[in-house]
Design a binder for this molecule. Structure first.
Ligand code: UDP
Length: 313
C-alpha cells in the first residue's frame, strides 16, 4: 500500500486530489490541513473511508510519518487570503517546504511541490515558458506568495542537489472547479456567486488583464502524469495550465450569459501589482508528460462549476 501525504488536503486543489487518490484502494491517503483556508466541507465525503485519514496540523511545524509520496499543496492561494496574513504565507511556503522536504528526504519519498504561475510575477515574456525567470516585485502586497513560492522552488532544487531528494515541481496556472471556496475572493468564484445572487459583477481595473483558466480535472491529470509517469530524472519545473487566454471582461460576459439574471458589470480599482497577462506555454508538459494537454475548455468547465455553486446556494 502506498502511503501518500497531501498537505493543504482540505483546500480546493488538495481536496480534489484526495478524492481522486482514495479511489485507488492501494493508496492510503493522509490529508493534512490547518483549515486556515481549507474547509471540512471539501473532505466530509472522505471521512470514515478506510484508506483516508485527516490530520489537523500546520505545515509550518515539523511532521513525522512514514510516507512514499508527498504532495505539498498547503498555502492560501487567493490574493486577498494570502495578503491578509503575509507573514504566515511566507512561513507556510518556506518552513512548510523545509518540513516536507526533510520528511521526503528521511523517508526516501518523492515530493511534488505545488508551485504557481505567480513566480513569473507581472511577466515581460508572453506566453510564459519555464526558462523565463520572471518579473517579480520583492516588496509588494503579492510578494509574500510570489517570493515564498519562488523560495520553495529553490529549496526543492537545493535538497535535490545536496541531499538527493526526489522532487517534482509543477507551476500551476489559474485553476477553477468544484470545491472552490465561494468566499475566497478569486475571480471565477466571485463572478459566479455574484451572478447567481443577482449582484453586480466586480471587475477590477478595466477588465483588459488576462488569465488562462484550467479546469481542475485537467490539472489532476497533469499531476498524476508528473508524479507517477514522468522520467525519474525529470524534476521540472513544468507549467500546468490551459493556454487559452481570456480577459476578465470576456470572463464576466461569459458567466453572465450562462447564468442570466439582472447583474450589471461594475468597474473597481485594480489591486497593486495585479499581473496584466498570464498564459502558459505548455510545450514542455506535452513533451515530458506523454502529450498532456487540457481537454476541458472554459465553457464546459464553467458550466460544471456553476452547477457546484448553485448547489451551495
Ligand atoms: N478580479 C476581478 N474581480 C474580482 C476578483 C478578481 O476583476 O472580483 C481580477 C483580478 O484583479 C485579477 C484576475 O481577476 O486580475 C484574477 O484574479 P484572481 O484573484 O482569481 O487570481 P490571480 O490574480 O492570482 O491570477
Amino acid at each position: 500500500m502506498a502511503r501518500i501525504l497531501v498537505t493543504g488536503g482540505a483546500g480546493f486543489i488538495g481536496s480534489n486530489l484526495c478524492s481522486k487518490l482514495v479511489k485507488d484502494k492501494d493508496n492510503y491517503v493522509i490529508c493534512m490541513d490547518n483549515l486556515y483556508t481549507g474547509r471540512m466541507e471539501n473532505i466530509r465525503h472522505l471521512m470514515g473511508l478506510p484508506n483516508f485519514k485527516f490530520i489537523l496540523h500546520n505545515v509550518q511545524e515539523p511532521f513525522k510519518t512514514d510516507v512514499d509520496q508527498i504532495y505539498n499543496a498547503a498555502c492560501p492561494a487567493s490574493p486577498p487570503a494570502y495578503a491578509k496574513t503575509p507573514i504566515e504565507t511566507v512561513k507556510t511556503c518556506v518552513m512548510g517546504s523545509i518540513n516536507m522536504l526533510d520528511l521526503a528526504t528521511e523517508s526516501g519519498a518523492r515530493i511534488m511541490q505545488f508551485s504557481t504561475s505567480e513566480i513569473y510575477g507581472n511577466p515581460a515574456v508572453h506566453p510564459q515558458t519555464e526558462d523565463y525567470w520572471g518579473h517579480v516585485n520583492p516588496i509588494g502586497l503579492r510578494s509574500c506568495y510570489d517570493e515564498g513560492k519562488r523560495c520553495a522552488e529553490t529549496l526543492c532544487f537545493d535538497y535535490h542537489r545536496q541531499a538527493g531528494t526526489q522532487i517534482k515541481v509543477i507551476r500551476i496556472f489559474n485553476t477553477y472547479g468544484p470545491a472552490m471556496d465561494p468566499n475566497d475572493g478569486r475571480v471565477v468564484s466571485n463572478f459566479i456567486m455574484q451572478a447567481l445572487r443577482g449582484e453586480d459583477i466586480t471587475i477590477f481595473g478595466d477588465g483588459s488583464q488576462t488569465r488562462s483558466f484550467q479546469y481542475i480535472d485537467d490539472l489532476l491529470d497533469g499531476i498524476d502524469r508528473m508524479m507517477n509517469e514522468s522520467r525519474p530524472d525529470f524534476s521540472g519545473p513544468v507549467n500546468l495550465g490551459n493556454p487559452h487566454e481570456f480577459s476578465m471582461l470576456e470572463l464576466a460576459e461569459k458567466i453572465l450569459s450562462k447564468i442570466g439574471g439582472k447583474s450589471k458589470i461594475v468597474f473597481m480599482p485594480l489591486p497593486l501589482d495585479d499581473p496584466t497577462r498570464r498564459r502558459p506555454d505548455i510545450t514542455l508538459a506535452k513533451q515530458e508528460l506523454n502529450n498532456w494537454e487540457p481537454s476541458i475548455q472554459l465553457d464546459e468547465g464553467l458550466e460544471r462549476t456553476i452547477e457546484y455553486f448553485r448547489t451551495l446556494l
